[in-house]
Design a protein around this ligand. Sequence first.
Ligand code: AGV
Ligand code: CA
Length: 317
Amino acid sequence: MKKKVIFDHDGGVDDLLSLMLIFTMKNVELVGVTITPADCFLEDATESTLKLLTLFQQQDVEVAKGDLYGVNPFPYDWRAQPKIINALPTMLNVPLNTSALVEMSAVDYMIHTLDNSNTPITILMTGPCSNLTQALIQRPDLKEKVEEVIWMGGAVDVAGNVAMHNHDGSAEWNVFWDPYAANALFAMGLNIKLVSLDATNCLPIDIPFLKQVAAQNSYPMSEFFGQCWASTIPSIPAYEFTYHLWDVMATSCLEVGEEAIQFTNIELAVSTQQPNQGQTYRSAGNHQWIQVSTSANREQMLNYLLEKLRRGFSDNK
Ligand code: AGV
Ligand code: CA
C-alpha cells in the first residue's frame, strides 16, 4: 500500500525541489500540500506549487495556503529569493491553473484531511511546524491519525544556522521561526523523525555537487534541478548562507532507509528563550523521544538523488 502524505513546505528553492522529488516516488500518495509563509512570500510559493503540479501532471493534489506567522521572520532577501524559480523558462511556459487551491486555511485543511482519512497519514514538513502544531492543538484526537512526522529542522550536536546579533547561533531556522510551536509539537508524543543539520551538513550544494547533476543534463529533471540549485549559490560563501541538502534529504526519508540516513532516539527539548531561542538540545529524562538524523551516508544520498533525477517530468503518468 502507498504511503499517504501531506506535505507542508515554506516555498524555498529546496522546498520546491522536494515537491518534485515526491512526484517521482511510486510508494507515495501525495494527498495535499500546505504552504507556510516562512522562507518565502506566500503568493510566489503558491504560484510555484500550482505550476509544479501542472508540470508533473499532478493537478489532483490539493493545495492550501497557511496564515500563521512565526515570531522570528526570515530575512526579506531570503523570502524573495525563490521568486526566481517562477522566472525560469520551464516555469514561464507552464500555465497557471488554480483549480487545485482549496478555500480552507492550511490548519483547517490538515484537520479536515486527517479527520476524513480512514488510514493514518505521514506529515512531511520542510519549513516551520506551526500548521501541524496548531491543527493538533485544536484537535488532539487527530494525533492517532498521524502515522509519522518527518521534519527538516533542528541542530542537536552541531552549530545552528541562525546568525542574528542577539542570538548565540545554536538554532536552526525552521525551529527558530516558531520555537513555541516546536516546543508544543515535541510534547505531543508523536512519532517524529527530525532531519537536522547534524545529517544535512555532509551535503553542501557546491560546484562539485552541481557538476555531477550537470553531467546528466540530458534528463529534463536533472537539468531543471541544476538550474534551481544554481540560484542558491551564494556570492559570498559562508556557512550561514551555503545551501545544503536540507529539505531534499528530509523528503528522501519517504523512500530511503537507514543505509542512507541514520537516526538516533534522543530525548529532545526546544528553547523558547534568548540567547538560544529555537535550539534543539538533549534533555535526558524529559521523555520527549525524537528520532534525530545524527548522520547520513554522503555517497548513498548522492547516488540515490542522481538516480532519481535521470527522468523526465511526468514519466510516471
Ligand atoms: O535551515 C534550513 C531551512 C530549509 O528548510 N531553510 C532553507 C531550507 O528550505 C532556512 C535557511 C537556512 N539558511 C538559509 C535558509 C539560506 N542561506 N537561504 C535561505 N534559507
Ligand atoms: Ca524549507
